[in-house]
Write a protein that binds this ligand. Sequence first.
Ligand SMILES: O=C(O)C1=C[C@@H](OP(=O)(O)O)[C@@H](O)[C@H](O)C1
Ligand SMILES: C=C(OP(=O)(O)O)C(=O)O
Length: 459
Amino acid sequence: MTESSVHPALWPAPRATGAVDATVTVPGSKSVTNRALVLASLSSEPGWLRRPLRSRDTLLMAQALRALGVGIEEGVGPDGSGEAWRVIPAGLHGPARVDVGNAGTVMRFLPPVACLADGPVHFDGDPRSYERPLHGVIDALKSLGARIDDDGRGTLPLTVHGAGALDGGPVSVDASSSSQFVSALLLSAPRFNQGLEVRHTGSTLPSMPHIRMTVDMLRSVGAQVDEPETGGEPNVWRVSPSALLGRDLTVEPDLSNAQPFLAAALVTGGRVTVPDWPLRTTQPGDALREIFTAMGGACELTERGLTFTGTGSVHGIDVDLSEVGELTPGIAALAALADSPSTLRGVAHLRLHETDRLAALTKEINGLGGDVTETADGLRIMPGPLHGGTFHTYDDHRMATAGAIIGLAVAGVEIENVGTTAKTLPDFPDMWTGMLGEPSGAVGVSPGALGASAGSRGV
Ligand SMILES: O=C(O)C1=C[C@@H](OP(=O)(O)O)[C@@H](O)[C@H](O)C1
Ligand SMILES: C=C(OP(=O)(O)O)C(=O)O
C-alpha cells in the first residue's frame, strides 16, 4: 500500500439525497475484453470485438498487441451497429516494448504470447507492477524452454526473448497468489507446438470464475480444453495444439463495475437497472445477485437486464469471497454502513492486488471512524457511525468506487484521485452523478452543503 507521491485533487463524493432510481449502462468487461484481444490476436483469421471496454487496462493490452504486429482497427461491427475493434492477427514480432501499467491481465497474459514473437519483448509498468507476483508465469515459461531475462525476484521488469515458437508440454505452477497465472498459460497454449498441460500445485486457487471464463472463451474459438470441472483430473488443465477461429464477439457489461451502482440501490433504498446483464456468464460479478440479496436487497433478472431494489437497510454478511475477490472493496464499503457485523474471508491474495487492499480498506474506513480489523485472510467489519474525511485510493480503482459508496451515506467524504477509476471505468464520476440525478460538474458541492452533519448515516 504505497501512497502516491502526488496527491491529485480531492473529489467530494456526492451524498444521496433520496432513493436512487436509475438505469445504468455499464461498459464492457475488462476480463472478457482482454482475453478476447489475446485470443483474436492468436487466431488464424480476423475477428470482431463489439462493445469492447475502452479503459486504461484494455487500451494497454491493445497497444501491446499492436506493438507485436497485430492490427487492431477502430470500426463498426459487421452488422453496422455499435462500436467495435477489428482484430487482424499477424506474425508476432520483436523487438517490442510493452507497458503493462498496473494491469494484472496485461502483465500475466502477454509474456506467453511474447514467447511466440520472433525477437525480444521488454515488459515494464507502473511501480506497483514490480511488486505484483509474476513468478508463476516466468518460472513456467522458463521450464517450457523460454529464455527470459529478469532479476530473479519473479516480477517485472523483464525481457522475453521470443524464438517464434514454444514447444509446450507439461508444466506445474503454484497459482495460489493469482488465478491469472493459470489463465495466462492456457490462453496461449493452443499455439504451443505440443499444447500444454498445466498442473496447479498450491493449496488454494482464487478466482475460479475467471479460470472458467478462460476455458469458455478458449472453447468458443475452437480450442480443445480438458479441465477439472468437467470430469478432468483435479487442478489440471490440458489444451491441445490447434488453430484458433476468428470470431464476432459482443463483450458483456462488466458486472464487477456494476457493483457500486447496485450498492447505491441497497444503501438508499432505491432501484437500479443494469441493461444487458447476461442470463448466463462466467463473470464473478454475477455473484452480486446473491451477495447483495443477503445484504438486504432483492433482484430480478430478465432478458432486459438486472433490476436491483434496496430497502435502505444494509445487513452485515459472513462470506467467503475467494472466488470473487475483486468484489471485496465494494462489499467492505457496504459492510461499514450495515446494521450488523461482517466477516469477509478467503481473500488473503488481495494483499497483492492493485494495492494491499486489506490494509488499504482497513486504514481508510477506520480513518472515517470505522471499526475494521484485518484477519489472516480477510476483514472483520463492525458497523458504527462514520464521519467525513479524505478517502485515499492508492491508485486502486476499486478503492475509489468503495469510497464513493460510503460517501452516499456519509457527509464530507472526499476521494483522493478518483481518476484512478480509469483503469477499468473511465466515466465513473459522471456515471455516478448521473445516477444520482445531479448534473456532472455539480458534484463539487462542498461537504455539508447537502445538509448532512458528520456522523449521520441516513439518506
Ligand atoms: O483473470 C482475470 O481477468 C482476473 C482474475 C482475478 O485475479 P486474481 O486471481 O489475481 O485475483 C481478478 O481479481 C482480476 O480482477 C481479473
Ligand atoms: C485485481 C484487479 O485487477 P488486475 O486485472 O490488475 O489483477 C481488479 O480489477 O480488481
